[in-house]
Design a protein around this ligand. Structure first.
Ligand code: HGY
Ligand code: MN
Ligand code: MN
Length: 424
């Protein structure tokens, strides 16, 4: 049988082609969700899928589904995909790899003339990063029924532009319903975005779980006043309070080591003038842990700590949790397919828990789902220097091809008795 492998050069050159859209001087990309650059990336993906003979549909959250027909198109498809939106200082592989690996599977099935029982779908999920619009993975969250469509479309960026307005502006406010249709299985291929696989010399990460997350927004309010005449004891300095909260967040992460992590990623100080005592500060908190109970303890420690710090600095505070999902355990049969594919292809592999969130985390709520990780250089991601070796990129694509083919040829039990029934 012709070797069941993707065309590694074609996948790599497609990645490099897509990386030209929003390319940044340090070799990364800035393709924020629903910007004109995101549109350009989406348009290129749609063009490539159309050229590969797919029918392309877009749902009301802008999620794109490129479908390659199977022998029986009444059967639920096997899906794969990830995201094209990036961080402001993003890399060429985060998300894009999973999108284009899915396209490469379709292109390879075409090359090999393979007809699958079920349709195969390559997908793009809107605003996975949660950078321009918070929270992350909001469109796959709507698809999985975690968020309402209204909630998703009303997410606004710092300029007050909503996802609904921006989807319409770039021409990706689709007409398809978001979710609510059967999917037989879903796989997402992604770089690890951490150091483990490379450090251990492993080619494939068999992703068994993903850690849970909690995102918060905090506003500390004190009083602007003159940096000169205002005596220290009477100041209500919001940025001083923020500095102590940043220290608290770090201490909470360390206190639940080695599994937990904590980050303050965004801070805005108002009025941000060098000789005015800051009267208001906005900051974000990102907690993650592969143990739900630990995450709850971290939540409690944050609330108690912020109240203590605000009182001591004579500040008001408004602490809101804006995003939360529990640890995800991926489908064991799909995970086993990833493991067996790596084995059959002779790749080194190890089980791994995803430190990052992915659309697969939400897809796992509606269909058997698994992820395939490959290393990235130095474990660096969400950084313009993000990089990966072509052989790693190829390996993940080959494991994906096998897993998807196996799932796409799984027939419903009833079919095995040669009865033909229309199956959604
Ligand atoms: O935050 C994350 O884990 C992902 O990059 N959205
Ligand atoms: Mn990603
Ligand atoms: Mn990311």
């Amino acid at each position: 049988m012709t070797e069941l492998k993707i065309n590694a050069d074609r996948l790599w050159s497609s990645l490099m082609e897509m990386a030209k859209i929003g390319a940044t001087p340090k070799g990364g990309v800035c393709r924020l969700a629903l910007t004109d650059l995101d549109k350009q990336g989406r348009d290129l993906f749609v063009q490539w899928c159309t050229e590969a003979g797919c029918t392309v549909k877009v749902d009301a959250m802008g999620n794109i589904f490129a479908r390659r027909p199977g022998r029986n198109n009444n059967l639920a498809p096997v899906g794969t995909g990830s995201h094209l939106d990036s961080q402001p200082t993003g890399g060429r592989f985060d998300g894009v790899y999973g999108v284009l690996a899915g396209l490469e599977v379709i292109r390879t099935l075409n090359d090999l003339g393979i007809e699958t029982e079920r349709p195969v779908e390559a997908s793009v999920w809107t605003n996975e990063e949660g950078s321009r619009f918070a929270p992350a993975m909001v469109a796959s969250g709507v698809y999985a029924g975690v968020f309402t469509l209204d909630y998703g479309l009303s997410r606004a960026d710092v300029d007050g532009k909503t996802m609904g307005e921006e989807l319409a502006r770039i021409g990706y406010a689709g007409t398809e319903p978001v979710g609510g249709r059967p999917v037989h299985a879903f796989f997402e291929t992604h770089i690890e975005q951490g150091p483990i696989l490379e450090a251990e010399g492993q080619t494939i990460g068999v992703v068994t779980d993903a850690q849970g997350q909690r995102w918060y927004e905090l506003v500390l309010t004190g009083q602007e006043s003159h940096a000169g005449p205002t005596p220290m004891p009477v100041r209500r300095d919001a940025l001083l309070g923020a500095a102590r909260v940043i220290q608290l967040v770090n201490e909470i992460g360390l206190a639940h080591a080695p599994v937990a992590v904590s980050t303050v990623g965004m801070i805005n100080s108002y009025p941000n003038s060098r000789n005015v005592i800051p009267g208001k500060v906005f900051l974000t908190v990102d907690f993650r842990c592969p143990d739900n109970a630990e995450l709850s303890k971290m939540d409690e420690e944050l609330k108690v700590g912020v109240a203590r710090i605000a009182a001591a600095a004579k500040l008001e505070f408004d602490l809101k949790q804006i995003f939360q999902y529990d640890c995800v355990h991926f489908d064991e049969s799909c995970v086993q397919m990833v493991r067996e594919g790596a084995q059959a292809l002779g790749y080194t592999a190890r089980n791994i828990v995803s430190g990052a969130g992915h659309d697969a985390c939400y897809m796992s709520k509606v269909t058997p789902t698994a992820m395939i990780f490959v290393p990235c250089i130095g474990g660096i991601s969400h950084n313009e220097i993000e990089d990966a070796k072509p052989e790693w990129i190829a390996a993940g694509g080959n494991v994906l091809l096998r897993a998807m083919l196996a799932k796409a040829n799984e027939l419903p039990e009833v079919f095995k008795s040669n009865e033909t029934v229309a199956v959604a």
